[in-house]
Ligand binder design. Structure first.
Ligand SMILES: Nc1nc2c(ncn2[C@@H]2O[C@H](COP(=O)(O)OP(=O)(O)OP(=O)(O)O)[C@@H](O)[C@H]2O)c(=O)[nH]1
Length: 613
């Protein structure tokens, strides 16, 4: 194969060399890697039939096409890998304790509470917090910062446990999806009167997938009809066998409402941690960890709750959290007190960041402000690129028809959020009654009352769905997440507007139907022979008009003798023309087709998209 060249200048060919690029890279990035001029790569792409600018972020496919053409092996680097490399370029290792064994000190377990809706997760988190606040702090105003630490006594020893107090596994799953491990142990709450339910299993599977040991809290034992034994039996089927049945899982019967057996539950957590895990960290190194929650506070600016996983975080430290950075101006613990430092497994609220990081973003302390800024900026740029690459793939109502024509989707997925269950139901049933035709499926993936949340956006992003907010808006970071993920969120306040718009989009979305439209007919009066072009028909246009580059068929005695011909040349006297109208004479060249006779009729037509009614 000839090396690609532009303007006679040979481009550096790869010989199969590897080029590593991040998702959403541009031709300029590519050019930088191979020492070429970006403009020449733009030209190469143009020759391949794709028009892209040098700095625009392009799809994986485009990068691959270019790599193939230039004989390079393309490697698209995952965001996690890229982040590790980014930190390595600053000589920073993330995720490992520094120093050897002797540097490690025991740290408290970090616990998440999971379980089916209404089984008592929130109530349990409240109960734990209330019964175990460290003496002296009781009565103080507790502050919900997304996590808290409690003290308990096990075998005469004081032990601490850290709870992440956003119940439910959404947060847990979202963090895990980003490769962040925040939890050491999961408490699975099962209501004894209700037994094992779908989300119990879901939660259990999430914990198992993350390789996190489970302690089962059999809750609501105060309720009539509570059957803790049944819960044990049910969970056996899912591989959680209670210790008293010879298994390895600790089950504790509790009442979150009455504060019953909360201490035993905490003891079970500590014992499970001691038996199954070796929880140690080096408190002496620069702090590293994970952001649990973050928001913009009107008075205090960006605030983030971080969980220190190793090292000790101090006021005055320079930190990077995701794509935010800053110097720690102040830290507050979960009781609202200011603290100067936070060691392993301690959650603290941090003030002083430039912007709001995401839940699940990792954080680290670095020596210099400049390093922090550079890391944060590189991450922000990468996020933008990745979002762009993604948004090119996502569906929006406007481009549904294009995506469909390309055969990419045959289905419109919707998520409906509304202000009241009545309106959500009304909207859903009207939408489901829409006549969408045979080729397209309309599916409502999720519906609910309330604001459009981050979870909705995550779901939409994962399943290429469009979100409809009916008399509601997005809350918190859902809007920025939707922007980043390229999810189309649309707001309405009138039902028929929703229906109209969806219907319109669907009409565009339906595969276009084509119909043949006759353009004109020409009667052959004479046949000329040209040495270069073959036979030329001298014609009189009988009806309509005949245009160059349109389809034609040839009729002889009213019968079709040739189909799929092309009006390749059209002349009036000596001039090439684009069309000849009814009543005029001219010459038609049908390309390679030469079998024409006097009195034959050339009928021309074109295929047009049929409008839907
Ligand atoms: N009788 C009794 N009721 C309880 C107990 N624990 C929780 N409840 C009640 O059960 C209901 C649900 O409890 P929550 O703590 O909100 O349950 P949850 O699992 O956090 O629910 P979601 O946040 O919706 O997933 C509330 O009305 C609680 O008061 C208990 O031990 N005994």
């Amino acid at each position: 194969m000839q090396a690609p060249s532009v303007g006679g200048v040979l481009l550096p060919r790869g010989n199969g060399d590897t080029v590593r690029l991040s998702r959403g890279a541009s031709l300029t990035d590519f050019a930088e890697k191979i020492g070429a001029n970006p403009a020449s790569l733009v030209q190469v792409m143009l020759n391949l039939g794709e028009m892209v600018t040098a700095t625009q972020s392009v799809s994986d496919d485009t990068l691959q096409l270019l790599a193939d053409e230039m004989n390079y092996t393309l490697q698209i680097v995952s965001p996690e890998e890229e982040d590790r490399e980014l930190l390595e370029s600053f000589d920073i290792e993330f995720g490992e304790n520094e120093g050897g064994e002797e540097a490690l000190v025991a740290r408290p377990p970090v616990v998440t509470v999971m379980g089916h809706v209404d089984h008592g997760k929130t109530r349990l988190l409240d109960a734990i917090r209330k019964t175990n606040v460290v003496a002296g702090e009781a009565g103080g105003i507790t502050q919900h910062i997304g996590a808290y630490q409690v003290a308990t006594e096990v075998n005469g020893e004081h032990r601490a446990i850290t709870f992440i107090d956003t119940p439910g596994h959404e947060a847990f799953t979202a963090m895990r999806a980003r490769g962040a491990k925040s939890t050491d142990i999961a408490i699975l709450v099962v209501a004894a009167n209700d037994g094992v339910m779908p989300q119990t299993i879901e939660a259990l599977n999430h914990a198992k997938a993350a390789d996190v040991p489970i302690v089962v809290a059999v809750n609501k034992i105060d309720v009539e009809g509570a059957d803790p034994t049944k819960v044990r039996g049910q969970l056996t089927e899912f591989g959680l066998v209670a210790e008293e049945y010879g298994g390895e899982t600790m089950f504790v019967d509790i009442s979150a409402k009455q504060g019953l057996n909360i201490d035993s539950l905490l003891e079970a957590v500590v014992l499970t941690a001691d038996a199954a895990l070796d929880l140690r960290a080096n408190p002496e190194q620069d702090a590293q960890g994970i952001a649990i929650e973050a928001h913009l506070d009107r008075g205090r600016g960006a605030v983030a709750t971080v969980l220190v996983q190793r090292g000790t975080l101090r006021v005055g430290d320079t930190m990077v959290v995701g794509d935010a950075y800053g110097r720690v101006r102040a830290m507050l613990d979960d009781t609202g007190n200011t603290v100067d430092e936070a060691g392993p497994s301690t959650p603290v609220l941090v003030l002083g960041l430039t912007n709001v990081p995401g839940a699940g973003d990792n954080f680290l302390v670095v020596d210099e402000d400049r390093t922090a800024r550079q890391i944060a900026e590189k991450r922000a740029a990468r996020e933008r690129n990745a979002a762009f690459a993604k948004s090119r793939r996502r569906v929006s109502l406007e481009d549904l028809d294009k995506v469909l024509k390309a055969g990419e989707v045959q289905q419109l997925n919707l998520i409906i959020k509304g202000d009241a269950s009545g309106s959500v139901e009304a909207l859903e049933s009207s939408l489901l009654q829409l006549d969408v035709g045979e080729d397209v499926d309309l599916r409502i993936l999720h519906r609910g009352v309330g604001a459009v949340t981050e979870t909705d956006v995550t779901l939409a992003a994962g399943s290429d769905a469009i979100i409809i907010g009916f008399n509601v808006r997005a809350e918190g970071r859902a809007t920025s997440l939707a922007e980043r993920e390229g999810v189309d969120v649309r707001y309405y306040s009138v039902i028929y507007q929703v229906i109209d718009e969806i219907e319109a989009a669907l009409k565009g979305m339906l595969k276009p139907e084509y119909e043949e439209v006759e353009l004109g007919t020409a009667e052959i009066r004479e046949v000329f022979r040209s040495s270069k072009l073959g036979n030329i028909a001298g014609v009189l246009i009988r009806s309509g008009e005949v245009k160059r580059n349109t389809k034609a068929r040839l009729l002889r005695d009213g019968k079709v003798v040739a189909e799929n011909l092309n009006i390749e040349g059209l002349r009036r006297f000596k001039d090439d023309v684009t069309e000849i109208r009814e009543g005029f004479e001219g010459g038609i060249n049908l390309g390679n087709y030469n079998d024409i006779k006097i009195d034959d009729v050339i009928a021309t037509y074109e295929m047009r998209e049929k409008p839907r009614v």
